[in-house]
Structures are given as C-alpha cells and as structure tokens.
Design a protein around this ligand. Structure first.
Ligand code: IPE
Ligand code: IPE
Ligand code: MG
Length: 262
C-alpha cells in the first residue's frame, strides 16, 4: 500500500483543485416560461435570454474563467412547433451576425459544436465567419452547442473510430477513453467542472453526456432570462463548497490537503 506522502507525490493532487471552475457548462432553460409569466410571446423570452448570455460572458471574463459552454439548441428542439424553430434560427443568425465583432473586440474565441449540417447555408456561413474572426483570441473560450446532442456526439465519435479501424489505422485494443474523448466535438475543451441548469428542471436533456462524468451539478429555479450576476455568484459559491473526490474517500482528500499545506 502506498503511504499518503507517496499518493500526494505520484498521483493527481485533487485537494489542490481550485475553488473557481475552469470550465462552466450551462443549460439555459426557462425562456418560454419567463415570457409567459410576463404575458409575452415565447420568442421574447429567447431574446431576453440573449441578454443573460451577455451577462454570463462578461462575468466569466471578469472572473478569468477560461471556458464557458452554452446549450443553445438541442438535437431534440427540432420537435418544437415550426414557427418557434424558425424564429430561433433567425435569432441565432442575427446573434452570429451582430455579436461576433463585439466578442472579437473582447478577445473571446467563439466555437460552435453540434451537427451544423442541418442549418441553413446562411447560418453555416455565419458560423464559419465568426469562428474564423475570433480563432486567435486568447481570452474566454466561448462554445455554443447548437443542434447538439450528447448521443449524437458519442455516435459521431464511434463512427470516426470505426472508420479509422476499417482503414487499418487503429486496433480495437488501442481504443482508450482518451481516443473517444479526442473524437468528441468538444475535444478542444477540458471536461466541465461546473454544470448549471436554470429553469428548475433537474435533468441533463442529452447535453454533454460523456463529458459530465465528474462535473459538479447546480440547479436553480431561476429562469434563464432572470439569471443575473448575483445568481452566477451563488452558483460559484455553491461550487466552492463542494469536495471533489473523483472516487477517493473524504479522508484521502483531507490528508492530501494537510500534506500539501505542511
Ligand atoms: C430554453 O428555454 C431555450 C431553448 C431550448 C432554445 P425554453 O424555450 O426551453 O423555455 P421553457 O423551458 O419552455 O420555459
Ligand atoms: C434543453 O432545454 C436544451 C436547451 C436549453 C437548448 P429543453 O427545454 O429543450 O429541455 P427539456 O425538453 O425540458 O428536457
Ligand atoms: Mg425548456
């Protein structure tokens, strides 16, 4: 059995995990209910939701949180009434067109993950333009999940691996967890430390299924358009109180902390 010193020297020291998350992933839910409560059409809720995106981007930049990933449209959201889907597509196109320059000025690097092949040529062009414009920025890495589904992501990763294997470039026994992670649409991101879902539902709704394995989950009743800086600070405060054990015991974490602080 290795002694505690040995563990601290030779294994990842989880007690030194910072109290601020490196990567935050958000399900921005509750736009429709927010609109209904205010006697407005659902699309007004989505528009107001964009304001919360701006608040969140600024807050992450202020806190120097390196990665923010936002779920904007799921692979299941096509099931909504066509009129709402069309309005959401218009809003997405307008946001890409109008906000890209501002993000660029703020040194944000924007990436879109998801099956973009289902979007209109105009949206695909705007995605490419915004990603190219901001690609060299070294500030906040903002990732928007659009027509994204966790199952779609794992499936497309399996397809890539199977193609590699069929071409003779990869043996089955050489497929590791890293191989899979590197084939996911989020391969350029670390795993999320903090997951936030607004709007009261306590489910993952096919967001980052593989990537959330050890993410701290935070749920709030607050509807996304009402999610402000104060709400964000509450989520951060909740995260700071968590003890991330990654399979170890609480005593191991305390011992590691004592050794580190000695
Ligand atoms: C989230 O808000 C935005 C999208 C899914 C596009 P909703 O539109 O799901 O809002 P609710 O859940 O109906 O209130
Ligand atoms: C999840 O919200 C997707 C996004 C926020 C983009 P939904 O409102 O679509 O999730 P369900 O249908 O309530 O699970
Ligand atoms: Mg919803």
């Amino acid at each position: 059995m290795p002694d505690e010193k040995h563990i601290a020297d030779n294994e990842e020291d989880v007690s030194s995990y910072p109290s601020l998350p490196t990567h935050i992933a958000v399900i921005m839910d509750g736009n429709g209910r927010w609109a209904k409560r205010h006697g407005l059409p659902r699309i007004s809720g989505h528009r107001r939701g964009l304001e919360s995106v701006r608040t969140m981007v600024k807050a992450c930049a202020d806190y120097k949180i390196p990665y923010l990933t936002l779920f904007a449209f799921s692979s299941e959201n096509w099931r909504r009434p066509p009129a709402e889907v069309n309005l959401l597509m218009d809003l997405f196109a307008n946001a890409l067109e109008q906000k890209a320059r501002r993000l660029h000025e703020n040194n944000v690097c924007l990436r879109i993950v998801g099956d973009t092949s289902r979007f209109s040529p105009k949206i695909r062009m705007l995605i490419q333009r915004a990603e190219t414009l901001t690609r060299n920025n070294d500030g906040l890495k903002l990732t928007i999940a659009a027509n994204y589904g966790g199952r779609w992501d794992v499936t497309q990763a399996c397809q890539r691996i199977a193609r590699d294997a069929a071409a003779g470039n990869l043996k089955a026994e050489d497929v590791t967890e890293d191989t899979i992670a590197q084939c996911l649409a989020t391969s350029f991101l670390p795993e999320p430390d903090l997951f936030i879902r607004t709007g009261g539902e306590r489910r993952v709704s096919n967001f980052l299924l593989w990537q959330l394995a050890y993410t701290e989950l935070y749920f709030t009743e607050t509807l996304w358009p009402a999610f402000d800086g104060e709400e964000f600070e509450q989520a951060l405060a909740s995260f700071a109180k968590r003890e991330r054990r990654f399979g170890r015991t609480g005593d191991q974490i305390v011992n590691q902390r004592q050794i580190r602080n000695a």
